[in-house]
Design a protein. Structure first.
Length: 131
């Protein structure tokens, strides 16, 4: 009976670790929310390791240009531009407000990425003047 208890506890820890792994992808450059909620923030981390967070409720619109590999997000106070490779899945996750964090990757690693894997090479966050 004691062995069963210890075994069950071990299984719970393993399932928790698997759940954590499933919500992170692309070498922890992009994180997803585990479950739906009302108050959500989106954190952007640029090349200089500067962190910005903006609330999804202030996201007015977004544009995706596959030819330019560019996503532009219009918040009420900021404009965020994201450049990279294979950004279509990232745009869809932004649309559904699933993303928690987007980190800019290091350019030299873009060449070794797998096919159909999102790679963010540049993030620019600009405050709208006059606010």
């Amino acid at each position: 009976m004691i062995l069963t208890f210890k075994f069950d506890k071990l299984n719970e820890k393993n399932s928790e670790n698997q759940d954590k792994k499933s919500t992170t992808r692309n070498e922890e450059n992009i994180e997803l929310y585990d479950s739906p909620s009302n108050a959500r923030n989106l954190c952007f981390i640029d090349k200089t390791d500067k962190h910005y967070f903006l609330n999804y409720s202030y996201l007015i619109s977004g544009e995706f240009s596959p030819q330019e590999n560019l996503i532009t997000l219009f918040f009420s106070t900021h404009i965020v531009s994201i450049k990279g490779v294979d950004l279509s899945s990232l745009f869809e996750e932004l649309f559904h407000q699933k993303l928690k964090m987007i980190r800019c990757g290091i350019e030299r690693y873009a060449v070794i990425k797998k096919d159909a894997e999102t790679f963010v090479s540049e993030i620019n966050v600009t405050k709208i003047i006059g606010l």
